[in-house]
Design a protein around this ligand. Structure first.
Ligand SMILES: [Zn+2]
Length: 220
């Protein structure tokens, strides 16, 4: 189904310029999540597939970025290694994405793919980042799994769902999870009181995340 093939793409060549200077007003919106509400998921298990031993621990570090974010909310599911209410595969691909320049990671269905190489716009091979930058890349894809969309404004470049931005010294600025991203995710998941209220009104159950094809990878 064509809809399921709309991968999210993280592109290291998508350099959108330096982050805004301190003191500039914050943009009104730097976090947008899918509108559908989600029920009955408290844990999402991550399963590493074909991940080389040199990358041991990267999945746990990406999970920790969300689980230990200062803005973590009880209404938001936690990522776990092992058994969970739903499972996402994190699959290492020794090679490049089938299409798209600069694609080092993609989320489709219930699989996050991490690629060792990407082609730049000229067709040359570039090695994708590893280490902490890879954990951040994976955390960005986990944000898509939680329902967040990419944020392409330069003003959002330090958010986890922002695009990569180059600092004055030429290095890439790190991205981290901001409170508004936590709030946007938490708003998708029913709280206990909302669940009870729906039950008392005898409303039909909300389809749980993952009961159909995951389509959170849609990018604006
Ligand atoms: Zn993305």
């Amino acid at each position: 189904m064509a809809k399921n093939r709309r991968w999210s793409k993280l592109s290291w060549w998508l350099v959108v310029g330096a982050a805004p200077a301190l003191g500039e007003p914050a943009p009104a919106v730097c976090a947008v999540a899918r509108a559908e509400r989600v029920d009955a998921i408290s844990t999402i298990a991550l399963r590493a597939v074909d991940l080389p031993s040199r990358l041991d621990g990267v999945v746990a570090r990406a999970a920790a970025l969300w689980n230990e974010a200062p803005c973590a909310a009880p209404e938001r599911p936690r990522f776990v290694i092992g058994q969970g209410d739903r499972t996402l595969d994190v699959r290492w691909i020794e090679g490049t994405a089938a299409s798209g320049a600069g694609v080092c990671a993609a989320f489709s269905g219930r699989v996050i793919r991490l690629f060792s190489f990407a082609r730049d716009r000229a067709g040359a091979l570039r090695r994708c980042a590893e280490g902490e930058r890879l954990a951040e890349t994976l955390a960005h894809e986990l944000g898509h799994a939680l329902g967040l969309y990419d944020q392409r404004s330069a003003a959002c470049s330090d958010r986890m769902m922002g695009q990569l931005a180059q600092r004055a010294d030429g290095s890439l600025a790190p991205r981290r999870i901001h409170a508004e991203e936590c709030l946007a995710v938490a708003a998708r998941f029913l709280t206990d009181s909302e669940r009870l209220a729906r039950a008392s009104r005898d409303e039909p159950a909300i389809a749980a995340l993952g009961s159909g094809p995951w389509s959170a990878a849609a990018t604006p």
